[in-house]
Ligand binder design. Structure first.
Ligand code: SF4
Ligand code: SF4
Length: 385
């Protein structure tokens, strides 16, 4: 997001969907690489977009635990889908990055690997994912040692949020207080409206940079009916979330549930594949690996995403600390929903539902937490008797 100098007109305006090509022109004209949703490989993915025509007009998705399917909508909405397999993490904190390369013969000992100098416009960021970017900002740039790759990719972003009017069956951002309304963290926030009167967006600027882009688009002051329609659509989305998560007392419950038999129950279903950590927009762990070519003259060091489900993740001088599947699932959920608060000042979960949808066996973080609460509540009731 661009710096907020506090000077802007905050009145929302209406733009027609036909103005989206002008939005791309305004962004490209300012040197941004536009990244947004598009249909690829049977899913709605996040990718670099050359034009508005690549947006997923008329596509929706059906999701459930362990299930994701594209479906044709009966309208032309461009953002009528819930979270896909990727999040903005894939752009800002790439899955693989070369740290350096060295060549024995050229005498180039260690070459630092500069990231491509790009400024990204992130188009179509859902409020849950705005919150996830906020989490990554705190984790990767908020401490004494900022991650240079993330900082370089995040620097100068223009963030265009699209409020959620299409929650999926696995979504629970309303429980986490991260959506469906976009509160902050954006340069522009849009609400998509498609009805008998047409396909349009209610748009408000969050920063002067957003207001400047907005000023380049054909627009008109939003009438009261459009503002009310948008507010109602977003408020109704909060009531149509497919999941809820009880958050009160959650970190304490997890800390007190180490001996629950439910961990074995989850472990009997968990493949320790790590999919949930790969799709999670806030999981940030990485490992490094060194590779050489066959001659041994050229060496490279790569950083790649890692997962706490990997046996090697907890490997310490001769053995792994978390050997069993149950200990690895317990680590993941206890950190994500519990100790993350102490470490980073918020939950590590924004309620996007991706880990539920992309778990091959349909393990559901909300249901597992519910089962653990039930076990803990029964123990507490027993002790009080
Ligand atoms: S834990 Fe699951 S629901 Fe929560 S942010 Fe990560 S992927 Fe989304
Ligand atoms: S919870 Fe699901 S996605 Fe995560 S490691 Fe286990 S099987 Fe894989």
């Amino acid at each position: 997001m661009q710096p907020d100098t506090g000077t802007r007109d905050e009145s929302p305006v209406a733009i027609e969907a036909a103005a989206l090509p002008a939005l791309f022109e305004a962004l490209h004209g300012r040197g941004y690489t536009v990244v947004g949703p598009t249909v690829r490989d049977g899913a709605i993915v996040v990718a670099e977009l050359a034009s508005a025509a690549e947006l997923p007009y008329g596509w929706g998705v059906d999701t459930e635990a362990g299930r994701y399917r594209l479906r044709v909508r009966d309208d032309t909405a461009a953002f009528g889908h819930s979270a896909g397999p990727q999040s903005w993490k894939s752009v800002l904190h790439p899955a693989r990055a070369r740290m350096w390369a060295a060549d024995r013969h050229t005498g180039a000992p260690v070459a630092a690997e500069p990231d491509e100098p790009r400024r990204y416009a992130l188009l179509g960021v859902r409020p849950c994912d705005l919150a996830a970017i906020g989490v990554l900002d705190r984790v990767l740039t908020g401490g004494r040692h900022a991650d240079p790759i993330y900082a370089g990719r995040r620097d100068g972003n223009l963030v265009i949020a699209v409020e959620c009017t299409e929650p999926g069956a696995a979504c629970f951002c309303a429980s986490m207080g991260t959506g469906p309304h976009a509160e902050s963290g954006f340069d522009l926030a849009m609400t998509e409206l498609v009805d008998d009167t047409g396909h349009r967006f209610l748009v408000r600027a969050g920063t002067p940079a957003g207001a400047e882009v907005l000023a380049d688009l054909p627009r008109q002051p939003a009438d009261e009916a459009t503002v009310r329609h948008a507010a109602t659509a977003v408020a109704e989305a909060a009531t149509r979330m497919g999941r809820t998560l009880r958050t009160e007392g959650l970190p304490e419950m997890l800390a007190a549930s180490r001996e629950s038999p439910h961990w074995d129950d989850v472990a009997s279903r968990c493949l320790t594949c790590g999919n949930c950590t790969m799709v999670c927009p806030t999981c940030f762990c990485t490992t490094t690996e060194d590779v050489t070519d066959l001659t041994g003259d050229h060496a490279e060091r790569w950083r790649r995403w890692d997962s706490c489900y990997d046996l090697d993740f907890s490997y310490l001088h001769g053995g792994s600390v978390r050997v069993s599947g149950q200990s690895r699932y317990r680590q993941w959920i206890s950190h994500k929903l519990g100790t993350w608060h102490e470490q980073f000042g918020s939950s590590g979960c924004v309620g996007c539902g991706r880990c539920i949808v992309w778990c091959p066996t349909g393990i559901d973080i909300t249901r597992e937490a519910e089962a653990l609460f039930a076990w803990r509540d029964a123990i507490d009731a027993e002790e009080e008797r």
